[in-house]
Ligand binder design. Structure first.
Ligand code: HQG
Length: 177
């Protein structure tokens, strides 16, 4: 399968597993899980194809259950589902990539999750530049996760090292030059 074909299937999977499972007659079980055989039937692809897309996905967006009978998106959902993340203690500093055009609003309201379940943060500045570039001229914000934890914020980490939280108030944010 070529990279273009893999990307197309990955996008379909993101749509179904994060946003609109009902568009193909599926529902997400707690944790965001869907039976693999149902997803294969819905997307009309083989298990071999699915395995290849999951294994080669640039951001490791999807994961199988331990018995490999179920699959889910690791994060990024807007569909209503209890994702059952377990709280974890983040590193002292995290980063968020965004576009310069959002900064004024971000320093007014903080980082908000919008349609998604959480605000997405990372330990990796480089990745965050790429994430910000999706929206315009990229800029990276430093998040004082240590202070947030001591002030009572909860964090979650996904299997591909994306850190999630509910809201980052402006006082914990600093623009990196
Ligand atoms: C911004 C990708 C104005 C926020 C990435 C972002 C990520 C505000 C945009 C994942 C704001 C939302 C998520 C405020 C936040 N005022 N703008 N108060 N607070 N924003 O796509 O973080 O490829 O929903 O900075 O790798 O860009 O999909 O979130 O620019 O992990 O797997 O509003 O999506 O992963 O955009 O990206 P998004 P995001 P995937």
């Amino acid at each position: 399968m070529n990279a273009e074909k893999r990307k197309k299937i990955s996008k379909q999977m993101s749509y179904v597993l994060r946003h609109q499972p009902d568009s193909v007659g599926l529902t997400l079980a707690p944790g965001g899980w869907v039976a693999v055989d149902k997803l294969l039937a819905a997307l009309k692809i083989s298990r071999e194809t699915l395995d290849e897309v999951v294994a080669t996905n640039d951001k490791q967006r999807f994961e199988y259950s331990e018995d490999a009978m179920q699959i889910r998106a690791r994060q990024g959902h807007s569909a209503q589902v209890d994702l059952q993340y377990e709280a974890a203690t983040p590193p002292d500093l995290l980063f968020h990539g965004t576009a310069t055009r959002f900064l004024e609003s971000i320093f007014e309201k903080g980082l908000i999750k919008g349609e998604r379940h959480h605000v997405h943060l990372s330990t990796d500045r480089e990745t965050m530049i790429a994430v910000g570039s999706r929206h315009g001229k990229p800029v990276v914000l430093e998040v004082d996760a240590k202070q947030m934890v001591s002030d009572g914020s909860k964090f979650f980490v996904t299997g591909n090292q994306v850190w999630l939280t509910d809201h980052v108030p402006p006082r914990y944010l600093r623009e990196l030059s």
